[in-house]
Design a protein around this ligand. Structure first.
Ligand SMILES: Nc1ncnc2c1ncn2[C@@H]1O[C@H](COP(=O)(O)OP(=O)(O)OP(=O)(O)O)[C@@H](O)[C@H]1O
Length: 430
């Protein structure tokens, strides 16, 4: 088995330290994941023979039901796993009702399945290799990506309750092809991989081979560059996290003057970082620069910049960042606010609470005074667009308010207190 020592070392090292958690292998039935499966089983057997602790192996195949071939893939995976005596979990998903295109819908459905099978501490191996990394790098470069985009796929990251890992990232496709040929491993060819209308396939079949002819080892070098850039991206994240702390540590609200004082590049980095912290996609670069330019303009104007997935608004000298979700899932929102703040009567009794929306003219008893909510919000600097999303809490069956809960602020009526708070500013008597 010439030249396989690299794979051995890679897989043995990757399998070490797995403890008693499960190790899942994502099997599509294609060359890459078939190699991963065989190599993982071999590494597993070697460790067991050596008396080392081993995780239990499990395979997952997701049937996307998109192409006619889907059944063929599933059938192949069933036969292969039965022959290799590893347990296989097949999940069928429906990607037909999609607004994002079949490829993206399939990917999302696949990752949902992956998340669902992972228990606490489990690991999932995907068969991405060095050429995938190089192709991803080129695709992103051709879209004008920055350092973090070009950093490529990480070798490991959290996924749901477990970890996603890519132990073959340092190995080239040609090496896997040779290995499968030498060992007589079978796989299923995905015919869509040959269709040149897909950008990745054009790179794979025309651009990368041309690069390899002119610059032997080009794919390996590109993957190396991606790895170095991901190091730089991690450093930039640390740098931005420090800036965020300096500006008050609230990723949804940044002080405009302090932000602009950082200069364009550093301010843009901080905004991207803050958005990442609240799971909102970053705007395209041009939109971000436009936002920064508008922030420098007249202070009294409300600035609002939107992009797919996010919105940024300037109000009263601060920049507010958030998701552009048009419709709030109100019951979930109420439950989350009640869990975040937990209003309880001061006498500690357990009472049932219900959260409702604001109507007009409501009042809250604070510090011995009955305060109009409208005035309270103005004085407390609650941005206008957030006022309708504040949760008004009443004791079930009672008309008087006991609390008003927002994401970053909460007010409790006299006689009540907040049992837990999310680290935000708390106002009111308690
Ligand atoms: N239908 C599937 N069932 C189980 N695992 C799969 C399936 N499709 C892909 N995988 C796993 O994901 C790896 C990457 O697959 P592929 O290159 O097709 O996905 P991609 O869309 O390019 O990558 P990404 O996983 O980042 O979306 C495969 O090597 C395999 O381990």
């Amino acid at each position: 088995m010439a030249g396989a020592d690299g794979e051995r070392l890679t897989l043995d090292a990757a399998m070490a330290g797995a403890g008693s958690a499960k190790l899942w292998l994502a099997l599509s039935g294609g060359l890459d994941s078939v190699c991963l499966l065989h190599l993982a089983i071999e590494a597993h057997a070697r460790r067991r023979l050596a008396g080392e602790p081993v995780p239990s192996l499990h395979v997952i195949h997701v049937n996307h039901q998109l192409q006619e071939d889907a059944q063929r893939f599933e059938h192949f995976c069933r036969e292969l796993c039965a022959a290799l005596e590893v347990p296989l979990e097949v999940r069928s998903v429906d990607c037909l009702d999609h607004r994002m295109g079949p490829e993206a819908a399939a990917r999302e459905a696949r990752y949902r399945c992956f998340c669902a099978v992972l228990d606490e501490g489990d690991r999932l191996w995907l068969a991405h290799h060095r050429n995938d990394q190089a192709e991803t790098f080129l695709l992103r470069a051709l879209r004008g990506a920055g350092v973090s985009g070009l950093g490529g796929m990480p070798a490991a990251r959290r996924l749901g309750r477990g970890w996603l890992e890519r132990p073959l990232l340092g190995i080239g496709r040609d090496r896997l092809e040779r290995l499968a040929g030498d060992r007589g491993w079978c796989w299923v060819e995905d015919t869509t991989n040959l269709e040149l209308r897909y950008a990745r396939n054009r790179l794979r079949h025309t651009v990368v081979p041309a690069l390899e002819t002119g610059w032997p080892g080009a794919a390996a070098r590109l993957a190396e560059t991606a790895e170095r850039l991901s190091e730089s991206a991690r450093l930039l994240e640390l740098f931005a996290a420090e800036d965020l702390v300096r500006l008050g540590a609230d990723p949804t609200r940044l002080d405009c003057a302090s932000l602009l004082a950082l200069g364009e590049a550093r301010a843009a980095l901080l905004i991207r970082h803050a958005l990442g912290r609240i799971d909102v996609p970053a705007p395209p670069r041009a939109r971000l620069l436009e936002l920064l330019a508008q922030l420098g303009a007249a202070e009294d104007r409300l600035v609002e910049v939107r992009w797919p997935g996010g919105v940024a608004r300037r109000w009263r000298r601060a920049l507010y960042l958030g998701s552009d979700a048009l419709e709030l899932d109100w019951p979930a929102w109420v439950a989350a606010r009640l869990a975040q703040w937990q209003p309880v009567p001061k006498d500690g009794q357990r009472v049932a609470l219900e959260g409702g929306k604001r109507c007009a003219g409501e009042r809250l008893r604070l510090g011995g005074m009955s305060r109009r909510l409208k005035t309270l919000f103005q004085e407390s600097g609650v941005p206008p667009w957030e006022r309708d999303n504040l949760v008004l809490v009443r004791q079930s069956g009672s008309a008087s308010l006991v609390a008003v809960l927002g994401e970053r602020q909460a007010w409790v009526a006299d006689g009540w207190r907040l049992a837990r708070h999310g680290g935000a500013i708390v106002r009111g008597e308690y």
